[in-house]
Design a protein around this ligand. Structure first.
Ligand SMILES: C[S@@+](CC[C@H](N)C(=O)[O-])C[C@H]1O[C@@H](n2cnc3c(N)ncnc32)[C@H](O)[C@@H]1O
Length: 287
């Protein structure tokens, strides 16, 4: 079997089993099986596959068809300017979360430049958000937390791989529990678990059976994490400090209301993602 024949077989098999983007999946899984890049596949289309390589490809294709996400099979996901390690211990970072990074960078420009800003990310998972901020901002003090010790292991590895571990302190704990009231940050941000019980039931099997449930489940109505966090925020956020939260579709209004009811924040702002969904909610603490 040549590389071209293997590619056509893999694409057809994936398509017949309902996998989206079968050609791209086929290319990436074939490239992984024979230790070539996607580009190199096309230079060597007429090379023969060895028996072992064919078996490896079949194994990877079977995993994909059984619903395992492509990123877990390949072991990495691009986010911002980083190629992050991902495995079932962490949520696969989604492209829309890059809006949260963009907005955080914007908010950081509004913090007096004399200071090194202190930033707290809650629920860091693979470390995607904290690592992106550490990569962009020269002088920054970053703390990234997670309730999952396993997720933190992946995040630490990713920070080390990116050469940024000296800029991020990783802390295990439930929400703000690891910190003392009065230990205040300039900016707190999070992409928390925000799916409701009914949304969890309706998830695709790729997500439901493979991604960590702790990263998805936001309580009965999906808003539990926001409710707990926002009520505790005033003790942990400096005056004129920023809160930035990623929200699920249709959650922005509720989350804005929670922030407004707290009373110590200025006007809430909402930022839409590329699909037009209100994805980030942000507000500045009054002085
Ligand atoms: C939606 S994922 C976000 C992961 C990553 N920040 C990203 O954007 O790709 C939510 C993360 O919050 C963590 N988490 C869940 N409950 C938590 C809690 N009570 N305190 C801290 N982290 C929590 C999960 O383990 C998971 O890594």
């Amino acid at each position: 079997m040549t590389i071209l024949e293997a590619l056509n077989w893999a694409t057809d098999y994936l398509r017949d089993h309902g996998i989206e983007n079968p050609r791209l999946n086929g290319e990436l899984l074939l490239a992984r099986s024979i230790y070539l890049s996607r580009e190199e596949l096309y230079i060597r289309l007429h090379n023969q596959l060895e028996e072992g390589e064919r078996k490896t490809l079949e194994g990877l294709i079977r995993r994909r068809v059984s619903g395992e996400p492509l990123q877990y099979i390949l072991g990495h996901q691009e986010f911002w300017s980083f190629n992050l390690k991902v495995d079932p211990r962490v949520l696969i970072p989604r492209p829309e979360t890059e809006h949260l990074v963009e907005e955080a960078l914007l908010s950081l420009t509004k913090i007096p430049s004399k200071k090194i800003p202190s930033v707290l990310e809650l629920g860091t998972g693979s470390g995607a958000i904290a690592i992106s901020l550490a990569g962009e901002v020269k002088n920054i003090f970053l703390v990234a937390t997670d309730l999952s010790g396993e997720a933190l292991m992946v995040a630490r590895e990713n920070a080390q791989q990116a050469g940024l571990s000296h800029k991020i302190e990783f802390v295990r704990g439930d929400l703000l529990d690891p910190f003392h009231p009065g230990e205040a940050f300039d900016l707190i941000l999070s992409n928390p678990p925000y799916l409701s019980d009914s949304e969890i039931t309706d998830l695709s099997r790729e997500v439901r059976d493979h991604e960590p449930i702790i990263a998805l489940k936001g309580g009965t109505n999906g808003l539990e994490f926001y409710q707990r966090l926002i009520s505790q925020l005033p003790s942990y956020l400096k005056k004129e400090g920023w809160i930035l939260l990623e929200v699920g579709s249709h959650q922005a209004s509720c989350v804005c209301q929670m922030i407004e009811v707290e009373g110590c924040f200025g006007k809430t702002e909402r930022v839409k993602d590329l699909a037009g969904i209100e994805r980030v909610v942000k507000a500045q603490r009054k002085s």
